[in-house]
Design a protein around this ligand. Structure first.
Ligand SMILES: Cc1cc2nc3c(=O)[nH]c(=O)nc-3n(C[C@H](O)[C@H](O)[C@H](O)COP(=O)(O)O)c2cc1C
Ligand code: SF4
Ligand code: FES
Length: 558
């Protein structure tokens, strides 16, 4: 009672947060240029500020909170969660207007990323901000740098300097099959047939089930089964497409979207018809600026062609947080929140985006729908090796002659993959070890190069295939260094929601950096992290560490 009357008397005590600067608010209104403000677009709005100003001043956050009618804390918490937003206080100096990002994940690191970052720092001397960042999905061209939005493959001081001097900040758009070309090759025939009931929806679903196409984002859940579960949920249902592609070593989604994007769009629209989807959200990682341009252009053509006969499609932009690839974290992010995984149950298929049943798919899973529906399940299952069935898009990087996306039979061994698809090892390098599933999937020695690479086949070795990112190490690399690099990646990307992951990744990074490893303590830590973390990040973060202890004991300094 006493406090209430004090508040009533003293207006100052009632004020919450900073005062709105109305000049800034008016500037923001112009920048955003929208007719109404949407809470779930908070991250999109923050991008607009960051893109235009090169950073986000707290006055803009205050103005944004005012426009959205939410608390300043909410805006601040979201803005600071994502690595691509540079938050500065009003009295702080803004960072240099240009940032060059240098990837320092394993494939780039073994190809000289740290030396490159050092050279760039020495050359630019603070006039350009040089920032080390995790994998940007171009590992076949390592080392890679990004000048604002322009990726520089096989980066060195010379080509980065050239791009900076020429102010070439935007990406070059690669040649790809556009809508016209795609239609010429019978594109969208399947979708139109399904839509007009000339093709049976149940038949499409049956083919998908019989093909045993499994989710290609990493978890491998059977796609047909997921569609059937969704069909049984109450409408309206939503589709969320996951193109976060943050797993270090993975670049297959970018490869397909930069070459044949409509094959994915058609799969997406077929899924909408078969499952009964009311609205689609596509979540694209921020690093894929060329894909963003391609998708924006091609989605416009799709909307112009099909008008209101297809569901509304929203393209959303990630903001540099690996955890947003985790399905429930992605949903939080699409809702404009911090990308923190949800506790399950309920599963996203039941209660997902905006509380609606949500079909969530990796982009590549949908990419195969057209071929499977048109050619039949038996076409897909006719591929396969060593007792496995289907096709896999392997992102191969590291010490091989021909790194890149290689479409190969499921179950192929790493040895076969290197010899038949990746052009063998680089001269002077002897095959030593490999990551069979990106940073999370563990590390195996070359002596175990005859294991079929597929879902489930690696479990007994404490490894998994995940998104099929294969990183090849040679006798010139050490697994200990590679594992330490991945652990610091997980420390950097842990969302901090649960203690085993937040504290575990940080403690493990420190312990792995010590000259003499405390193997017992590291083993205990690894067990707690895998057993008690809430989501896949924390559960898998210790896989490379466990691999070093199990398969490379000679590297651990005694
Ligand atoms: C830490 C973490 C990161 C993930 N990142 C991605 C990603 O970048 N892209 C993706 O498609 N799936 C990712 N996944 C898997 C998704 O949670 C989910 O299983 C997938 O999007 C479902 O689609 P699918 O069934 O078509 O594979 C990630 C999972 C975890 C635990
Ligand atoms: S395991 Fe890590 S990333 Fe996942 S919820 Fe816990 S802290 Fe966040
Ligand atoms: S782009 Fe550098 S490791 Fe992937």
């Amino acid at each position: 009672m006493e406090i209430k009357s004090k508040l009533k008397k003293n207006k100052k005590l009632r004020q919450r947060g900073r005062k709105v600067n109305f000049g800034i608010r008016d500037e923001l209104v112009k920048l955003l240029n929208v007719s109404s403000y949407r809470r779930d677009h908070l991250i999109e709005y923050l991008h607009v500020i960051q893109d235009n100003k090169g950073h986000i001043n707290e006055d803009f956050m205050t103005a944004l909170a005012h426009l959205l009618e939410i608390s300043q804390t909410e805006v601040y918490e979201v803005a600071t969660f994502y690595h691509h937003f540079d938050i500065i206080k009003s009295d702080q100096t803004a960072p240099p207007s240009l940032t060059v990002r240098v990837c320092d994940s394993v494939s780039c690191e073994i190809n000289g990323a740290n030396e490159l970052a050092q050279n760039l720092n020495d050359y630019f001397k603070g006039t350009v901000r040089i920032q080390k960042v995790p994998c940007i999905g171009r590992c076949q061209n390592a080392p890679v740098a990004v000048v604002k939005f322009n990726p520089i493959d096989n980066a060195n001081l010379k080509n980065v300097k050239q791009a900076v001097d020429a102010k070439k900040y935007m990406p070059t758009i690669p040649d790809y099959i556009d809508m016209n070309e795609y239609i010429k090759k019978d594109g969208y025939e399947l979708f139109e047939k399904v839509k007009n009931s000339e093709a049976d929806k149940d038949r499409v679903l049956l083919e998908l089930e019989n093909s045993n196409l499994r989710g290609l984002g990493g978890a491998g859940f059977p796609a047909g089964k997921k569609w059937r579960i969704l069909k049984e949920q109450k409408a309206p249902r939503l589709l969320a497409v996951n193109i976060d592609e943050g797993e270090p070593g993975t670049f297959k989604d970018r490869f397909y979207l930069e070459s044949d994007p409509h094959r994915f769009f058609e799969g997406m629209l077929v899924a909408c018809e078969v499952v009964g989807i009311d609205k689609v959200y596509i979540y694209l990682r921020d690093e894929y600026a060329a894909v963003r341009d391609i998708m924006t252009d091609e989605l416009k053509k799709i909307r112009d062609k099909y008008k209101r006969s297809i569901p509304q499609i929203e393209l959303r932009r990630g903001a540099g947080a690996y955890i947003c690839g985790e399905e429930s974290a992605m949903i939080e992010s699409i809702e404009g929140k911090k990308g923190m995984p949800r506790l399950r149950p309920p599963f996203v298929a039941q209660v997902g985006l905006f509380g609606r049943p949500t079909l969530e798919h990796n982009m590549e899973t949908l990419y195969w729908v057209r071929d499977i529906a048109e050619k039949g399940a038996s076409w897909f299952t006719s591929y396969g090796r060593n007792g496995r069935k289907g096709l896999r898009s392997f992102s191969v990087s590291g010490r091989v002659n021909n790194p890149g996306v290689h479409l190969a039979p499921a179950g192929i061994t790493v040895k076969e993959l290197i010899d038949e698809y990746a052009g063998g090892m680089i001269k002077g390098h002897e095959f030593y070890a490999y990551f069979p599933g990106g940073a999370s999937g563990g590390i195996l020695p070359a002596s175990m190069s005859n294991i079929p690479l597929d879902f489930d086949t690696l479990n007994e070795y404490d490894c998994f295939i995940g998104s099929a990112a294969i990183i090849i190490l040679s006798d010139q690399d050490t697994v200990l260094k590679a594992a330490s690099t991945t652990m610091s990646f997980f420390e950097h990307e842990s969302c901090g929601k649960c203690t085993p992951c937040r504290v575990g990744t940080s403690k493990a990074t420190k312990l792995m950096g010590q000259k003499k490893w405390d193997v017992k303590l590291l083993n205990d830590l690894a067990t707690v992290m895998s057993d008690a973390s809430i989501c896949g990040l924390g559960q898998a973060a210790s896989n490379p560490l466990k691999s070093v202890i199990k398969y490379f004991p000679e590297e651990i300094k005694k």
